[in-house]
Design a protein around this ligand. Sequence first.
Ligand code: SF4
Ligand code: SF4
Length: 305
Amino acid sequence: MNSAVASSREGVANIVRAYWAAAPGNSLRLDSGEKCWAEPHLAVARGDDPYFARFKEMIGPFYWTPEDAFALAFPDDPEPAAALRVISYVLPQTPATRADQRREQTLPAERWARSRDYGEKFNCELRLHLAATLTNAGFPAVAPERLPGFDYRMSEQAGLASNWSERHTAFVAGLGTFGLSDGLITPWGKAVRFGSVVVRMELPVTSRPYGDNHHAWCLWYARGTCGICAQRCPANAISTVAGHNKPVCHSYIREVTAPYSQQSFGTSATPCGLCQVKIPCEAQIPPELVSERSRVSPWKREKQT
Ligand code: SF4
Ligand code: SF4
């Protein structure tokens, strides 16, 4: 791919879409041949968006800003944060996977377990593919989540936390806001996964239709209603009083759903996600919270940088 093509916003989207469409890894490995994910969507944040430094303050000094991640990948050629862009993409679960998962009460559906395992492996490939394609086109790029130092640590303020958060990055890029269960509610719902790449490129940035309101698209925080994700959790790890209890959630996944999925479907990874379906924000922003602006695709919400 030549540099002129890669550097346009549609060029970047086309790299992601083409890989999503053709890569053999985007497969649930079922006889039906169906993909792990529905079509991806992208948005872009500035590398020096103040939110990234704020996350470091909130989570701990081990948390990477885009500048930190870029310097780790290109130690001989670091860039100031203002020269960087962060491409964030969302991979929605397919309608078939969501339908199966909606029928479950305590354990993940087979398609869901497969997407958590094979779909996340594909997501890792996609991160690397996007970074390599941009780098080869003359725009050095890194997928922070794929760096050797990517890790989880105990944060005094945030509990167990990684040094790069795909969900927080997606929030900064304008893809969604946090719900009661900690998941990010996007225009394609909460039954999604994310990936991101930091690149030295002058891509136009997408705006955040929700401004600084990081709970704007959750009915509980916006209206004091709903709370259905809490009722869906079989481990009582979500409450309208305390939000998401990470240790309880992690214990249930490690002790119950992961072993079950391994034994039943032969999948690895750590699936659960019962709180991500059969809820008003499963595959959309709750309709009563949708503004016209929220309906616009992130690529079209371009702002001057
Ligand atoms: S199910 Fe309701 S309370 Fe839970 S995240 Fe979605 S909108 Fe918020
Ligand atoms: S992932 Fe599972 S255990 Fe964790 S909060 Fe959601 S439903 Fe509960």
